[in-house]
Design a protein around this ligand. Structure first.
Ligand code: SF4
Length: 403
């Protein structure tokens, strides 16, 4: 297909596709899906080989958020029945992080619900970062604490944070449909502040909120403009008790096309499959490793993922390898440019998110149509509520974490 040859050539040259080309990827048929995966896989292997970076989420503070993000089970008024707790102590967070690191993760993502941190919260997180870094040489730490005020990104950087996550989630034109308590511009501002402070910026999206193909392309192009080191791609988990609980739009094929589109637009950026991987890709998860070079190990913030051991077996069975702490995540030109980790020396790393942060969870908008997936493949997605399990282990409980 001419389209795919063009996109591979552009991806290898780090050249931005046109919007029309990105839209065309989303519009490909299921018959062409393996060709799309193969083409985007060439770009992925060129920049990231067969490495898969593992990231581990620690939810430092869960639930009772005053914001109203429609996709989020931690929003005020959510009756999802998630774990609710206030700040974990540094040793509790460090213990949770250690489980993920022992399972093969090289990055720990410290997430807290809320609009944004107070200066006292930054102190708390600084203590937690120190505890984790003191006990785990070479670990990358990403913070995800919501909207940042002036000077807070610098303080996190001084405390040893490598990266900061804050997602754009959806296009600017539809942002007001999913959240009313803060704006798209607020989110851009926080990503910009993190960047300016020398933190590796991590910013991504949530697909499956009823958005159109144009919205998806808009948000991915906006992300590329912000130039993050990592882009987490969340697939909405329509959690009962949230306004988007009935928004089941995604099929495994749709998810693969979205990941391929993100890879073509962000060829040399860490693309991470975040929340919703198990729920929406299901048995097709291994194919997605040909597109993304990063995943979360184990559980998400408020929902459970598949067993950490199953993640590791999937990676090995699909012919990929877990990225080690001695391997650099990002291509050399990005590390030299001042971002990117993987090197765990000076600058920040390059990733982060889940059904988690930046958005702090992973559900979606509510706007637009109600029924069909926009764009292509008008196959109705069957609600798989049986695959959604509220997290009941790990951080905030007495039970061992999944790692
Ligand atoms: S995504 Fe973050 S800011 Fe929005 S409701 Fe959830 S915890 Fe609060």
């Amino acid at each position: 297909m001419d389209l795919l040859n063009t996109l591979v050539d552009k991806g290898l040259r780090r050249e931005l596709p046109t919007r029309e080309e990105a839209l065309a990827v989303l519009a490909t048929s299921d018959d062409d899906l393996l060709d799309v995966v193969a083409a985007a896989g060439k770009v992925r292997r060129h920049w990231f080989g067969r490495r898969v970076k593992l990231n581990y989420l620690v939810n430092l503070k869960s639930g009772l958020c005053p914001e109203d993000c429609s996709y989020c089970s931690q929003r005020l008024g959510s009756d999802t029945g998630i774990l609710k707790y206030t700040w974990l102590k540094p040793d509790e967070a460090s213990k949770a992080a250690a489980a993920g690191l022992a399972g093969g993760a090289k990055r720990v993502c410290l997430v807290a619900s809320g609009r944004g941190p107070t200066d006292r919260d930054i102190d708390r997180v600084a203590g937690t970062i120190k505890a984790i870094k003191d006990q785990n040489e070479g670990v990358e730490v990403c913070a995800c604490l919501g909207l940042l005020s002036d000077g807070q990104a610098e303080r996190l950087r001084e405390a040893g944070a490598d990266a900061y996550n804050h997602n754009l989630n959806t296009s600017e034109s539809t942002y007001g449909d999913i959240t009313t308590t803060h704006t798209y511009a607020d989110r851009v501002d926080t990503v910009t502040k993190a960047h300016a402070a020398g933190l590796s910026a991590c910013s991504g999206l949530i697909a499956g909120m009823g958005e159109s193909d144009e919205d998806l392309v808009d948000v991915v192009f906006s992300l590329r403009e912000l130039d993050p080191d990592s882009v987490p791609v969340n697939f909405l988990i329509p959690v009962e008790g949230t306004p988007l609980a009935k928004e089941w739009h995604l099929t495994p094929q749709r998810c693969l096309r979205i990941l391929a589109m993100v890879r073509f637009v962000c060829p040399d950026i860490e693309v991470r499959i975040a929340g919703g991987r198990e729920v929406h890709l299901r048995t097709q998860q291994p194919l997605a490793l040909h597109l993304a070079n990063s995943i979360f190990l184990g559980d998400y913030l408020t929902t459970e993922g598949q067993a950490g051991q199953a993640d590791l077996e999937m990676i090995a069975d699909a012919g990929f390898e877990v990225e080690g702490t001695d391997q650099v995540t990002l291509p050399e030109h990005r590390v030299r440019a001042g971002g990117g980790c993987g090197s765990h020396e000076s600058a920040g790393c390059g990733s982060h998110e889940d059904a988690g942060c930046g958005s702090h969870d992973g559900a979606g908008c509510g706007s637009h149509e109600a029924g069909g997936v926009c764009g292509t493949a008008a196959v109705a997605a069957e609600p798989r509520t049986d695959l959604v399990a509220v997290r009941r282990r790990g951080a905030g409980t007495d039970l061992a974490p999944n790692a």
